[in-house]
Design a binder for this molecule. Structure first.
Ligand code: ADP
Ligand code: MG
Ligand code: ZN
Length: 475
């Protein structure tokens, strides 16, 4: 009887070398308060200068989500007082953001697609970090002034699954563009979820509640679930007006509930005004042309794989879901004679299944070239798919060459038909009764002969060749 309305605000930390308005490095793991200067410490007289790399990366994102890139955008000052912001204001873009009116497409469970509109993406400066340590609180300003892109969707999402699909798509686009790490746990991809409900069919938007900083897809879904439940119950109990108002709430993982954090400030509380220390951000024709060049995106890559390699939707989707996987696969395919089918199963089943703990595709002991070569050895019938698993096990432990391991483990398939024929003749001669039964119509016995030949060859005979030769010999 209710439908759910959700809009998302995603803060993406851009992976620029230096901060948004100064030349301090953005790298992590430095000693506290060392990546700072008069500008990001907001000392009097220090002036901000816009980092061009931020403009570049924002335009790439805008291009990827089919948005308008504003040729002139403006920075605004948003006042608020927190200890981790030494200026007591944040520089952001309220009235004229750099990117507006985009959209992206998500794939729903039932196979259909849905378009989610993106209202805007604007540039803003991040705050530092408050570190609470027993009775004392400390402030680390290394992060203060690092660049964020806040990407704001329209309220087009209707449930937790759509939210996760949207976030995964956005996440993957950012990784493909390589404009950010987009690591949820480390806070470089932070999601605020705005949730409201309304009677089914009603077009009006009701009061939204913002649930902040939830750091996994699983908890985002849970947070939506409990928040929707809270709002629906209030409605059914006739308490909607009293209990549901525009505010910011925190999701508590342990109690699985949302809790009021603060009433939502009105724009007036922030006393926004155009930032007087900065010029307008102007994007010239040349910048536009240069910065809107972007690499192939996940959806395009998926469609191309389906067309070019005859892959099915599912596999193409799995392979292109992460940029690391897609690049790994493409490197494997560069090996001559490798089929997409072999490369896909070696990569998604065999290698992925063997990467445990901290191991992932970027630090895998078997790199894409080596796995591609192993795929080639399956496809040129040097070894069977089964033998390849043994070879891979060995390669995961030791840095060895594929052919050397095949040789050492004696896994080379016998495709020499003469040798296979000789074994077949032996097996047929040793089992005259079974041959009679088979020829008398007991066709199930064919498997027995194949099994015997494979066993006699110690698994090295090419099964396809064995099948063909036995068929011919047994009639
Ligand atoms: P603010 O900047 O104050 O957070 P915005 O107008 O930028 O407000 O909206 C923030 C987010 O809230 C957007 O993602 C938008 O889609 C979403 N939103 C707005 N109204 C609703 C609503 N009634 N229900 C759910 N989400 C909403
Ligand atoms: Mg907001
Ligand atoms: Zn600085």
């Amino acid at each position: 009887m209710f439908e759910v309305v959700i809009g998302l605000e995603v803060h993406v930390q851009l992976n620029t070398k230096t901060k948004l308005f100064c030349s301090c490095p953005t790298s992590f793991n430095h000693k506290q308060n060392t990546n700072t200067c008069p500008t990001c410490l907001a000392l009097p007289g220090a002036l901000p200068v816009l980092n061009k790399e931020v403009v570049h990366k924002s335009i790439m994102l805008g291009t990827a989500i089919n948005a308008t890139v504003n040729r002139t955008s403006i920075f605004d000052r948003k006042s608020y007082f927190y200890p981790d912001s030494p200026s007591a204001y944040q520089i952001t873009q309220l009235y004229t953001p750099i990117v507006e009116n985009g959209h992206l497409e998500i794939d729903l469970e039932d196979g259909t697609k849905k378009t989610i509109r993106v209202n805007r993406a604007h540039i803003e400066a991040d705050a530092g970090k408050n570190i609470h340590d027993g009775d004392i609180s400390k402030v680390d300003l290394n992060r203060a002034g690092t660049p964020l892109l806040e990407i704001v969707s329209e309220p087009d999402l209707s449930n937790g699954d759509e939210v996760v699909a949207y976030l995964k798509k956005l996440h993957s686009i950012i990784r493909y563009l390589d404009i950010g790490d987009a690591n949820m746990q480390e806070g470089s991809f932070r999601v605020d979820v705005n949730v409201s409900i309304r009677p089914k069919g009603d077009k009006k938007l009701y009061t939204r509640v913002e649930v902040k900083n939830i750091n996994s897809f699983k908890f985002i879904q849970k947070a939506i679930e409990v928040e929707v439940q809270r709002q629906s119950e209030a409605w059914e109990d006739g308490l909607y007006e009293d209990e549901i108002f525009q505010e910011t709430r925190l999701y508590d993982q342990d109690k699985n509930e949302t809790r009021s954090m603060r009433g939502k400030e009105e724009a007036a509380d922030y006393r926004y005004f155009p930032e007087p220390d900065l010029l307008k951000c102007v994007v010239t024709d040349e910048m536009m042309e240069l910065y809107s060049k972007i690499p192939e995106l996940p959806d395009e890559k998926r469609d191309r794989f389906i067309k070019e390699y005859g892959m099915n939707d599912y596999n193409a989707g799995v392979i292109t879901s992460s940029v690391e996987m897609a690049h790994f696969f493409e490197t494997m395919m560069q090996e001559e004679g490798v089929t997409a089918k072999t490369a896909t199963s070696l990569l998604t089943v065999e290698l992925q299944g063997r990467l445990k703990g901290d191991a992932n595709l970027s630090n895998s002991p078997v790199d894409a070239q080596k796995l591609g070569f192993l795929a080639k050895r399956i496809d040129d019938k040097t070894i069977s798919g089964k033998a390849a698993k043994e070879v891979l096990d060995k390669l995961m432990q030791e840095n060895l060459e594929v052919d050397g391991v095949i040789e050492a483990l004696g896994l080379k398939q016998v495709t020499d038909t003469g040798a296979i024929e000789a074994i077949c003749d032996e097996i047929i001669a040793a089992n005259p009764q079974k041959v009679e039964q088979y020829q008398g119509g007991k066709e199930k016995l064919f498997g027995f002969f194949v099994g015997q030949v494979m066993k006699a060859s110690k698994g090295s005979a090419n099964p396809q060749a064995v099948n063909e030769i036995l068929k011919a010999k047994l009639g």
